[in-house]
Design a binder for this molecule. Structure first.
Ligand code: I3P
Length: 355
């Protein structure tokens, strides 16, 4: 078929292989394709149909492009995804992300990373092919938390100094949240430079103070929100986590234990010690069956450190040290999810009646 992606590099086994069907290794992105090819695919299982139908109602994130190809995406750049064969997803090619994913396939972090399936081409465009993480869940609840105290790379800062590029779109996004924020000069230009916007975003959200921020939440009842730009307060975040977990203590406990496992793995990862990890997210997914998982996604701004440097990911950033605050964010996530657990009644009714 002319539209089928051609995988250029050797492909790993499909995650639909029964021997390889491990939900703890599912992928990253929130994509489900409604393209004609997928809908007409004879082997499309009923469950997949149901999921597609449900996700189509996730209206704020549905985007239509090309021949009515609605995709669902919780966070990140719109229009970056396409469908692929075997229920995989295609993400617009980014050399940095591809390099990171390739390296991560040989790192201890691999179980928490979307499976990288190689490079693909569709309609003349180059893509990275990855597993669709949602495939193993039935009507999933999904939350994207962007990690780190800093969301722009040092290179962007240097470029902005050398050749400032004014962004009218970012000015507009800023005044929508806080009309008083722009300086007189910015107001006259009706534009701002990107690092200024990114730093302001970090400060109005919890990125700067807690090392992570909520980017988007989709719940099982079909409701969804990306309205977290000014969500900064610890208590408010705890309430969002509680609601996301449907006030279910078991779900919250599973998230705490997975977060602790991810932290331990990050601390022992060679890849992580040798990279600045900016703009990467943790994707939380669970469904009614009790299945939960957290995956590390988005590596477009993950960069190898200069030769003599390693990052501890907790030391505060000063220009030149490349620190990103990633583990500081994971520490705070664990802390807040632990508070969620402590605030909820135990699911085990026998323990309350055993006195
Ligand atoms: C966007 C967000 C993205 C960033 C994008 C921003 O702001 O910070 O992470 O993309 O920059 O517009 P918001 O969430 O407030 O909409 P990158 O991380 O890839 O830089 P862009 O508009 O230059 O893509």
């Amino acid at each position: 078929m002319k539209d089928e992606p051609k995988i250029k590099t050797a492909r790993m086994r499909s995650h639909r292989d029964s021997s390889d069907d491990d939900s703890s290794e599912t992928d990253s992105l929130l994509g489900d394709c409604m393209c004609d090819d997928c809908l007409l695919e004879e082997k499309t299982p009923l469950m997949q149909w149901k999921k597609i139908r449900t996700l189509v109602h996730w209206s704020p994130f549905v985007q239509s492009y090309k021949r009515r190809y609605p995709w669902v995406q919780l966070a990140g750049h719109q229009g970056n995804f396409e469908c692929a064969e075997d229920g995989d997803i295609l993400k617009k090619h980014c050399p940095r992300e591809q390099e990171a994913l390739q390296a991560l396939m040989n790192d201890v972090l691999r179980p928490y990373i979307p499976k990288y399936k190689g490079e693909a081409e569709k309609n003349g465009e180059k893509y990275i092919q990855m597993q669709d993480l949602l495939l193993d869940f039935e009507n999933p609840c999904v939350m994207d938390c962007k990690l780190g105290t800093r969301t722009y790379i040092e290179e962007e800062l240097k470029k902005a100094r050398e050749k400032p590029k004014l962004r009218k779109d970012m000015y507009q996004k800023m005044i929508e949240i806080d009309p008083d924020e722009p300086t007189e000069e910015e107001r006259a230009q009706e534009a701002i430079i990107k690092p200024r916007y990114m730093q302001w975003r970090e400060n109005v959200s919890s990125s700067a103070s807690l090392g992570f921020r909520i980017e988007g939440i989709k719940k099982a009842d079909g409701t969804s929100s990306r309205n977290f730009k000014t969500t900064k307060d610890r208590q408010e975040i705890q309430e969002h986590f509680t609601s996301f977990a449907d006030a279910d203590r078991k779900t919250a406990e599973k998230y705490v234990s997975t977060l602790k496992a991810i932290r331990a793995t990050l601390e022992s990862s060679t890849f992580f010690a040798l990279h600045e990890v900016i703009g990467s997210s943790l994707l939380f997914i669970h469904d009614k069956s009790g299945k939960t998982g957290i995956w590390i996604i988005d590596f477009g701004k993950t960069i190898p450190l200069p030769d003599s440097l390693t990052n501890d990911h907790r030391t505060p950033w000063v220009e030149g040290n490349h620190e990103d605050g990633y583990l500081f964010g994971v520490d705070n996530l664990i802390n807040i999810w632990t508070s969620v657990c402590e605030s909820l009644p135990s699911n085990d009714s026998s323990s309350s009646s055993s006195v």
